[in-house]
Design a protein around this ligand. Sequence first.
Ligand code: GLY
Length: 402
Amino acid sequence: MTFSRRDFVSSIALGALGTAAGAPASATEALPKQRMQAQAKPIIVSAGNGYEHLEDAYQYLKGGGDTLEAAIKVVRGPEDDPNDDSVGLGGLPNEEGVVELDASCMHGPTRRAGSAGGVRNIRSMAQLAREVMLHSGHVMLVGEGAERFAVARGFKRQDLLTEESRKVWLLWKEAHADWWGPGVADPRWRERLHDRLKSDEGAAYRQRLQAIAQDLGIDPAVREAAIHKVLFPPTGTIHCSTLAANGDMSGCTTTSGLAWKIPGRLGDSPIIGAGCYTDQDVGSAGATGSGEENIRVAGAHTIVENMRRGMTPFDAGMDALKRIVRNYNGEKDRLLYVDMTYYILRKDGAYAGVSLWTGYEPGRPHTIAVHDGTRRLEKTVSLFEGASQEWPPIVAASKVNL
Ligand code: GLY
């Protein structure tokens, strides 16, 4: 990727996006897509990876089904799919090669919430979050206790590491990447960049990864994708928010979290108010992206509270993104390593998908999947144009030929 500073938009200086001169094309173009509809029919919004699973859930919701059940129907698709390595079965593992999953849910009609984090061997995490909500006096269970609770509730233990994900993990191990040491929020963050650059630079490093991937028997058809996941550890996740015709709303978020994470790391997905928040008096919101950053701004709760104070879904989401930008004093060379997308649904059916960057890589924009009788994928509206990079920077963004 060649990354031009001109691609960036100085959002802090611009103030209100979409109206100020110099606002990103993606923001202004996409504004009309932010629907403002009188709520009379069900609507489901989810991260783009939910698109294939919207139809059943929509029919169920239209037939009077429960809003949380409908949301779980959507996210269960990627959770059960061994080829989706961002959630559930086949999720990319932690640094020890163990898949650890997080999820949370909120049920609007009963105003209840459930969450489970750092759970091993249980694939249906959104359902487990719902079980915690329904069958414990708690809101959040983590680790071994959550796993034992799941088994007691009838969930089957299973090894979640697929052969494909295991090979990508081995590739990462051999690349000596890690999550130890200062993070992007640390004042010493540049040291990480320089250390990496001293040892390896773009093309040569990629060649070495290619050779290791070949030795590991990684299928040539997915070898480039595997290398990409090593260079840019993903935080793939799915969120889904639902609104029934009677005004009921729910939301849930589920993930395998940040690839190659330190065991025990929890992201935003299991944190009620960060990865997911629903108050059906107002709306529902959820997130995918850099969990650490979203926890610091309590993103989903911030967005719902913004809507409570009268902001549109779009403005409410942009405000949360700008809080992340503010946490880095607008330093875009650091924000380059942060990625965040919010999926927002208001009680009247108005919705928005907003993201910090256009996508993870050029040509693959972040998307929001929508079903309100018509199923579709829409590009999110981004605060900055361009692709984010994942932390830690194994090679400088400018040296990685995407
Ligand atoms: N947003 C998912 C995670 O950071 O774990």
